[in-house]
Write a protein that binds this ligand. Structure first.
Ligand code: IPE
Ligand code: IPE
Ligand code: MG
Length: 251
């Protein structure tokens, strides 16, 4: 019997995965593009380009699984520290990706959203493509693909605090709910499963507030090599975990 709380069930039969305990929201740090390229004697930017296929196969994997929310870290508030050429490449690459692939996502009934700061450093053209993509896919309901761009978990909390102060919310009205409601996408549920590729064991500021009780899975696979099968592996690991949320195991 399906658990009411899970709310979603796998659409495809995947060996070793319990279709009734699929995470509602998977978050993913797409890391390792530069190292993937360097190992092949290519430029770092070619690693970013190769990450596109990984992203779209991961989206297909999320659709197979019946995941409702997939959030990917595409550019952090700290990534401005990279060389100018790489930053410029990433801006152009993300813009072109949206233009080239948004119709396909729309056809797959994927709703696109973005979280992050819309500050002056993000090219206007890219912001426009983001807005168009959100508008194009706004009524889709199978999967919400959220792209974290110029995103930082601490920046998000800072922005929420600023909003609370600007609204004049009284101190005794401030609790976790009032803060959650002021995150970049208040509709987004907290991630159940949080994945990082490339063998780095840190959060790098991704979903600091929301991932408080996420199950963390780290894999050595470099992002450009990541495919839906790796996502399925992460879900298998997730299903082996015992989520307690500070309570006791209920068996
Ligand atoms: C992740 O790959 C993509 C972005 C941060 C934009 P990296 O570019 O961080 O690749 P590595 O970690 O240097 O290999
Ligand atoms: C995190 O990866 C950001 C993205 C994947 C977009 P980084 O490569 O920027 O993180 P650090 O610098 O290794 O912590
Ligand atoms: Mg990296």
């Amino acid at each position: 019997m399906a658990r009411a709380s899970a709310g979603n069930v796998a659409r495809v039969d995947i060996p070793g995965i319990d279709p009734t305990r699929i995470p509602v929201h998977i978050a993913c740090v797409m890391d390792g593009n530069g190292r993937w390229a360097q190992r092949r004697g290519l430029k770092r930017t070619e690693g970013h380009a190769a990450g596109e296929e990984a992203l779209f196969d991961t989206v297909e994997g999320a659709l197979d699984l019946g995941v409702k929310w997939l959030t990917v870290y595409a550019f952090s508030t700290e990534n401005w520290r990279r060389p100018k050429d790489e930053v410029r490449y990433l801006m152009g690459f993300n813009e072109s990706l949206l233009v080239r692939r948004r119709d396909e996502l729309n056809d797959r009934d994927v709703r696109m959203r973005f979280i992050g700061r819309r500050d002056w450093r993000v090219p206007k053209r890219l912001l426009r493509r983001m807005d168009e993509s959100v508008e194009l896919t706004r009524d889709n309901g199978t999967l919400t693909l959220t792209i974290a761009f110029n995103y930082g978990g601490r920046a998000e909390i800072v922005d929420a605090v600023k909003q609370l102060v600007a609204e004049g919310v009284p101190v005794d009205k401030i609790d976790e709910k009032t803060i959650s409601k002021r995150m970049y996408d208040p509709e987004m549920p907290d991630p159940d499963l949080w994945v990082r590729t490339s063998g780095e064991y840190r959060t790098s500021n991704f979903l600091m507030w929301e991932a408080a009780y996420s199950e963390l899975v780290f894999t050595d696979t470099l992002w450009p090599d990541f495919r839906r099968e790796h996502l399925f592996d992460a879900v298998r690991e997730y299903q082996d975990r015992d989520r307690r949320f500070g309570g006791l195991a209920d068996d």
